[in-house]
Design a protein around this ligand. Sequence first.
Ligand SMILES: *[C@@H]1O[C@H](CO)[C@@H](O)[C@H](O)[C@H]1NC(C)=O
Ligand SMILES: *[C@@H]1O[C@H](CO)[C@@H](O)[C@H](O)[C@H]1NC(C)=O
Length: 369
Amino acid sequence: MSLFSSPSSKSFWITLIVFSLSYYLLLAKSTTLHTTSPPPPHKPCNKNPYEQLNLVLNEDGTVTRGPMPPESPPAPDPSLPTKVLSKDLTINKSKGTWARIYLPRETLDRNSKFPLLLFFHGGGFIYLNPAITIFHEFCFNLANDVVAVVASIDYRHAPEHRLPAAYEDAMETLHWMKTNQEEDDWLRYYADLDNVFLMGSSAGGNIAYHAGLRVAAAGGGYDLGIPKIQGLILVQPFFSGVQMTGSEMRLADDPHLPLCDNYAKWNLSLPVGADRDHEYCNPTAGDGPKKIEMIGRVGLRVLVSGCDGDPLADRQMELTRVMEMKGVKVVGYFTAGDYHGAQVQEPSNAKQLYKVVKSFISTLPSSRY
Ligand SMILES: *[C@@H]1O[C@H](CO)[C@@H](O)[C@H](O)[C@H]1NC(C)=O
Ligand SMILES: *[C@@H]1O[C@H](CO)[C@@H](O)[C@H](O)[C@H]1NC(C)=O
């Protein structure tokens, strides 16, 4: 329990203990599961995963995407009766990237700055954007419950722009935030650029993780001209690998994230010819653990959240374990049941997650830096 040298409140310790307990219970449970019953045989994909993903593959390597879920407009006008204001800002016109910024109304009356959470949405690197209503509502409530400025980041998609394009866009956005803070009143008056967290769900979790690795590789980012990153919040990250894990075998036909859909997304987003043990996909393969060590060295704290109804749960737990071993200050928040995406899509799960995020980010006062 020496993970945190300066806990800010007793309640945080209690939550931490509860999370650690549930995390270890889950670990114990999944270990028993695998030793007492043999893994089910892997069923090969007998359907076209691209069709299932609403994608038509074109000859030139692009895809045609099917109808997308509904979107919501931003609400920037302070005279509107809304708890959280939101507006869209262009990040890079030539790439078409942008961000939707969320400002809780209560920050307007306070003469101080608030943590900035950079949120990267999911969508298998292939589709969706910050305006999608599910993400819009998640970020709206995140800003409101945590009382933070949230910037939901749009990035280029695969296969037109394969990885590391999305990881590079994340870094470009960090530069943009630092360089353009003075140009935008919300960022200028309310966002504390010394207290920034990179957060993402599903594939967005991988983006937050890889941006974090780049910051760590640059010794904490002091020379990069970017905000001061305090930590990473990886919500049901979308990591994969060549070897199947226990939860992937157990949930190979999961309706929310069938394994063949998952592999099809990686086929479209990894560099051509790379397999799923590539560093962009599997954080613990190859010299991944050495890179994880860097995260610990520069003092980035990490929250990994997940649930055991997600085929990717074992990988998320494995990453948490390796981080712990490598000296990273990491908190695992794992719950039973649910599915991949539930922590963003289910309002009651999201509400719980906001509490976890709030205590996670408030353990470190920004004045320390
Ligand atoms: C915007 O994107 C273009 C094209 O990739 C790039 O050349 C340029 O440097 C980017 N601008 C900024 C401000 O990052
Ligand atoms: C992914 O690519 C590999 C190698 O090209 C191929 O064997 C495999 O069938 C592809 N999988 C999917 C789901 O498209």
